[in-house]
Design a binder for this molecule. Structure first.
Ligand SMILES: [Zn+2]
Length: 289
């Protein structure tokens, strides 16, 4: 993170500065010691050294202190002045440190604000993404509804039980069927579920069909027939005109049936044995089941 890096750099820089200053100060005091010893002012020098050591020990002697210490040329007043200046510089450095602390605080505040802003931005982006996904889902649903409406308008064909997939394939082998082959496809659904005519046509048969139980057969305009079997109820009469999607009966388990489902056939004629692939027939009308 930017804040940690900046702080580390600042601390390193400050430390370097202090080390450098302390080194220079040591050099300077050594030079002074020599000078003052030569000048016979050992006492003053010791005081000066003690003062310098104290300043160095406090850790507030920075680079700016060095010129003051290093320029005590010409005796005690200048030397004393040097320490006054050093002390003053020490105050300056203390101020500088305070300023640096304030700067660090500002950095921390800025980092916190940046993190908060980033968090808020991310939340905002997520919200926008979710809204976009929702809009896309609605659009897809609208398009599906539109396509479905177009299909109905064009051919008027639908699946015989809304929203149910077949559990068997056409011509599937099985002992349940008298021919040994399944003559239609099954749509499993609860008893009472509406059964609808897959397309517009005329009802030709309503009644008991032996193994088929209660059944309905409808003739369509293209000359093909559809059969609906094992019904629990029938709601149309022979000769009646029906629309595609019109409710004609209800799912049941009448006749030779192991459980509630609609048995559905497409036929070339009204009677058993003229069946052809009902899935292909519905597909030819634009209906996928
Ligand atoms: Zn069946």
């Amino acid at each position: 993170m930017a804040f940690t890096r900046a702080t580390a750099q600042l601390a390193e820089k400050l430390n370097d500065k202090l080390t450098q200053a302390t080194g220079k100060l040591t050099e300077a005091t050594e030079a002074l010691t020599e000078k003052h010893r030569n000048a016979g002012r050992a006492t003053r020098t010791r005081v000066g050294l003690a003062g310098a050591a104290a300043l160095a020990a406090t850790g507030v002697v920075g680079a700016v202190a060095t010129p003051a210490i290093a320029a005590p040329e010409g005796g005690s007043s200048a030397y004393a002045l040097g320490f006054v200046q050093a002390a003053a510089s020490g105050d300056t450095i203390a101020d500088e440190l305070k300023a640096q602390a304030r700067a660090q605080q500002r950095l921390a505040d800025a980092a916190r604000r940046a993190a908060e802003a980033e968090k808020a931005e991310k939340a905002e982006a997520k919200k926008a993404e979710e809204a976009a996904a929702e809009r896309a889902a609605h659009k897809a649903a609208d398009e599906r509804a539109e396509r479905s409406a177009e299909r109905r308008a064009a051919g008027g064909y639908v699946d015989p039980v809304a929203g149910v997939d077949t559990t068997t394939t056409y011509k599937q082998a099985g002992s349940s069927w008298s021919s040994g082959k399944h003559s239609g496809v099954d749509f499993p659904a609860a008893t009472g579920t509406p059964v609808r005519s897959v397309g517009p046509g005329t009802v030709v048969t309503v009644g008991w069909g032996g193994a088929y139980g209660n059944q309905i057969v409808i003739r369509h305009a293209d000359g093909k027939y559809t059969q609906y079997a094992h019904l629990s109820a029938t709601k149309v009469s022979p000769g009646q005109k029906v629309d595609g999607g019109q409710r004609i009966g209800a799912v049941g388990s009448t006749g030779n049936s192991t459980g509630p489902h609609l048995h559905f056939e497409a036929r070339n004629g009204a009677y058993y044995g003229s069946d052809f692939n009902p899935i292909s027939y519905l597909a030819s009308k634009g209906v996928d089941v």
